[in-house]
Design a protein around this ligand. Structure first.
Ligand SMILES: [Zn+2]
Length: 378
């Protein structure tokens, strides 16, 4: 494969990753999604990598010609006549990459799902033990109890092992409507220390459950297990990989079942996978963004709760010579408005500024006890 082909795949993968990270429906590809800036991508791929600027331009052109992406300036938004509103994005000379639906679909095929790691020599000869316990988890998964809600659910088995000793096993629904990891850890090992244990689970641990239930990934972290071996990632596109990432961030080692066992798990859950894929296809039309609460909605709500109030505003350069050096806005600034696309700020002089919401990080200024906005400047 030529270096340009390879690079165009990597660029596309990056834009798709960026899009997924923003948790938007695919309908956003047509109107709401502004991808990474070309400058940022170029910096990433050309700065000290093997790629030249020429390769980068060719790769991007190739993606455009295949209609996988569009490029252009920030979406121009007309300022209302007579308003003093300034759309910083609209003025920006920077160009951005817009992912197209075709590009998104192409990427599903190009960007392969994470493969199980190649067989390798594992410490303490745990390869055989991993196989044995993964097998046991699959056998447990087969016992899963269907739920009477008419929806498709995964079959999940979990096995807890410490110092080579089997501590507990469980399957989904073994105790009514509970997840396998929860039953294995909380119901069967309530008082035992499982710190340092390895948990084999046929499905990636969940990261969201309805309150007051605690997601399995949080349980595993709380109980200080050392390693989690996963049969398959969640087939729901919106959450796939999140459980694994959460565990890793908490310092837990994650591995995947060996290829043949992983295939067995996928086979076991093919109905559920199909169900998720159909849901995924049926999903892309949240016409009214308020209908499905998302991370973006929560961000908008948090910002709107500060409308008219002073906030701390910082510029947060993502690249260039000031990278990592934040600067505070000199004037007291208030939140004037916020939509799912743009936030508008007004400083003490009455000047208003708008920024694309996805360039704004929201957190809390502990010192001044108020909202803090970090605005990415490329
Ligand atoms: Zn769970």
């Amino acid at each position: 494969m030529s270096t340009v082909d390879d690079l165009s795949k990597r660029i596309l993968a990056d834009v798709v990753t960026d899009f997924r990270a923003k948790n938007l429906g695919t309908s956003a590809l047509n109107n709401e999604y502004v991808g990474p800036s070309i400058a940022a991508l170029e910096m990433k791929f050309c700065a000290d990598g093997p790629h030249s600027k020429v390769d980068f331009d060719l790769a991007l052109k190739q993606l455009e010609e295949s209609k996988f992406v569009n490029t252009g300036p920030m979406v121009p938004h007309d300022n209302p006549p007579g308003s003093s509103l300034v759309f910083m994005g609209g003025r920006s000379k920077r160009k951005f990459v817009y992912l197209t639906e075709k590009g998104y679909r192409a990427a599903q095929k190009l960007v392969s799902k994470p493969r199980p790691p190649a067989p390798s020599v594992q410490e303490h000869g745990s390869g055989d033990a991993d196989r044995k316990f993964a097998r046991l988890a699959i056998d447990e998964a087969r016992k899963s109890v269907p739920e009477p809600d008419g929806r498709s659910h995964p079959k999940v088995g979990a096995v807890v092992v410490k110092n080579g000793k089997l501590l507990s096993t469980a399957y989904r629904g073994e105790r009514s409507e509970n997840h396998a990891e929860y039953i294995a850890l909380e119901k069967k090992l309530t008082d035992e220390s499982v710190a340092g244990a390895t948990v084999y689970t046929t499905l990636e641990p969940c990261t969201t459950r309805n309150h007051p239930k605690i997601p399995c990934a949080d349980r595993l972290i709380e109980r200080k297990v050392a390693r989690v071996v996963i049969g398959m990632l969640d087939p729901d596109d919106r959450i796939s990989g999140k459980g694994q990432r959460k565990l890793r961030r908490a310092g837990i080692v994650t591995d995947l079942f060996s290829h043949d066992l992983a295939m067995e798990v996928e086979e076991l859950n093919r109905d559920f996978t199909r169900y998720c894929e159909q849901q995924d296809q049926a999903r892309p039309i949240p016409q009214n963004p308020k209908a499905s609460p998302s991370i973006a909605d929560e961000k908008v709500a948090a910002i709107l709760s500060y409308r008219g109030k002073p906030v701390t505003v910082m510029n947060h350069p993502k690249s260039g010579r000031y990278q990592g050096l934040d600067s505070y806005w000199p004037h007291e600034t208030i939140v004037a408005d916020c939509t799912s696309l743009f936030i508008t700020l007004k400083d003490a002089t009455g000047q208003q500024y708008s920024f694309p919401l996805d360039q704004v990080d929201v957190n809390f200024d502990n010192e001044k006890k108020r909202l803090r906005l970090q605005i990415d400047r490329y």
